[in-house]
Write a protein that binds this ligand. Sequence first.
Ligand code: SF4
Ligand code: SF4
Length: 464
Amino acid sequence: MENKIDHRNRISTIDKEGGRKWIYAKAPKGFFTNLRNIVAFLLILILVGVPFLKINGNPLFMFNFPDRIFFIFGIVFWPQDLILLLLLFLSGFISIFLFTSLVGRIWCGWACPQTIFMENVFRKIEYFIEGGPSQQKKLNKSSWSFQKIIRKSFKHITFFSIAFCVGNLLLAWIIGVDKLYIIITDPPSKHTTGLTIMLSFAGFFYFIFSWFREQACVLVCPYARLQSVLLDDDSIVVSYDFNRGEDRKSLATRKKEQSPAGSCIDCNQCVVVCPMGIDIRNGIQLECVNCTACIDACENVMQNVSKEKSLIGYTSLNKLKGKGYNFLRNRTYVYSTILIILLGTFSYFLYKRPILELMANRQRGAVYQILPQNKISNHYIIQLFNKSLHNQNFDIKVLSHKDVQIIMPGSKKEISSADAFKSHAIVIFPKQANPSGKLSIEFAVTINNKVIDTFKTNFLVPMK
Ligand code: SF4
Ligand code: SF4
C-alpha cells in the first residue's frame, strides 16, 4: 500500500523523516543487462579513445572552455563562431526533445556517463569488494572491525583512483591530451592551476559515485526535470503491463485463496534490482532512468513461473491501454521540422564561413601620428583565425584605398591550422584631413591574391 500512495508524495531515496534511504540494488541478469554491458564498454572505449584522435593534427573533439576554442569532428570553432555554436547547441536540445518524446529516457539508461560509470564500473567494483546487497547492508551495520576497515579502505581507494582517472578523462576532453600530458609530466609547481582542477574533478567524481549516486539524476540533472513535459502517452518507455499484471498476488496467496490473479506474482524482484529504488508497477516516475534492470528481473521471474514474458518492457502507455503505437505524432513533426531548419542553417553558415577570419581593430587609446613626407599613420591590432584543416600563407591588404602602406613586424605570414595569429600593424596613408576626423577603411586577408575575408573599421585623420 505504501508504494501506491507514497511515491507521489516523496522521492524514493528519502524516507518519511527526510533522511537519505541508501539504495542497495541487486545486480540484474539477462538480455538487456548483457546488451547494456556491451554498449557501456564501447562507450567507455570511445570516451577514453576520442581525446587521442586527431585530424590533420587537430583534435577530433575538444571543448576547451578556458581558451574558448572548440573542435567538433576536427572542425575548429572560435568565439567568433558563436552563432554556429548556438545553432549546434539548439540542435542538440531539439534532438533531445525529439528522441525523448519518441523513446523516453533512452539516453539516461544507455548512454549517460553518470549511469554508465555508476552501474558498469563503480557498482560492479562495490559488488566485488563488499558482496551483494545483503552483504553490503550487513557490513554497513556492523561495528568497525579489521575486516571492515580493510574492505572499506580498499573500496574507497579504488573509487578515488577511478574518479581521478575519470577527472583526467574529462580534462582531456576539455584541454586535450597534449596539454594534459604536460600537466602530468611537468613538476607540479609549474601547473598549480591545472593540478588543482584535476584534483577538484577527481574529488567531485569521487563524491558523486561513492555517495551522491542516484541523487544526481533525481535532484540535479536538468534533463530529468524536463521529463514530465517531454514524454506523452505515446512515448516508448520502460513500463509495467498493468492489464496483465493486476491483480498482483504472491504465489503463496494464490495457493491459499485459489482466486483469479494477474501475472505479477508480487515477488518484488523488479524493485530490488532498481538502482533508483522505485517500483515500476506504480507507473512512469521521475526517478526512472529506463535502465532496463527491472525488465530483466521480471523476465527471469516470468520464465521461472512459466508465464508469458514482457510483463515489464519497452512500450507506450497508449499501447498498454489498447490504443496501439502512434510513433509519428504532431510533436514529432514539429521537433523534426525545427531540427531540420536549425541543422540546415548551421550547414549554410558553416559552408559560407571563410577559412581565415580577419579582425583589425585600432589600438585602444591610440590617435593618428603625423609622419615626415606628408604622411599619417594609425596603429592597428590584426587578428586572424585559421578555421581550415591546413596551414595557410596569407597577406593583409587595404581594399578600400590605394597608396596605403602596411608595416607589420616579421616577414613570415603563415598561420597553422586551427591557430590564431595576432600582430601589431602600422597603416600609413598620404596625409589628409576630414570633417568627421576619420575615414572608413576596409582591410582584407588574401591567400594567393584571392580575398578570403574583409573587415571594415576607421582610420583617424585630423578634423578639417
Ligand atoms: S518482477 Fe515481475 S512478477 Fe515480480 S513483482 Fe515485479 S512485475 Fe511482478
Ligand atoms: S524502474 Fe526499472 S528501468 Fe526504471 S530505473 Fe528502476 S530498474 Fe531501471
